[in-house]
Ligand binder design. Sequence first.
Ligand code: VGL
Ligand code: ZN
Length: 208
Amino acid sequence: MAALIVVDMQSKQKQHDFIDGSLAVNDAAKTIPRIVQLIEKGNWEVIVVSRDCHPQNHISFADTHNKQPFEAITINDHKQELWPVHCVKNSSGFQLHSAIHDALNQSPNEVIYVDKGCDVDKDAYSAFQASSHDVQSILADHRVQNFYVCGLAADFCVKATAMEGHKVTGLPVAVVEDATAAVDDGSDWRGELQECGVYLARTTEVLL
Ligand code: VGL
Ligand code: ZN
């Protein structure tokens, strides 16, 4: 049986959550009906829902370093992209989009929420880096044989979750390409995924 991983469908995608719309992901709104369909119509062993969950002054916030968002800096030999303040735990931008929230609440499938990026000095794009749960064990405990990844953003947290998930579990993994959207339209996230052995699928195929 299969699992669905829904990545970071938080209010950060709403243009009005940022005055300049800076972490608003293009086309994020289009993904919402698709993800609702996946949640409502799929027959899942388990649905894992990740949430980006940052403390104030998080290492990934440009403000923390007095820098501009969308630059990258090097910290301890590690590249850190800098973002506008987003998904601060228990702020409005941390909440799941209401349509996704409602679909999950009504789902007959088991739903497990996992939080990531909770440590002030560590970022985490992949749901497999969640601090609250071990997603690899969740999938193993549910005897999941393959899984699908949807949500935001295609070129960051969705990509990282699919790649790490495929690597650590060895299971077939597909990103649902019409149920995700990228921060950077120019990024070749599809090619990068395929190079790592991750498949691409569309919502209608997944629900066949
Ligand atoms: C994400 C940038 C920073 C994501 C999270 O959910 O893809 N992107 N934090
Ligand atoms: Zn983040």
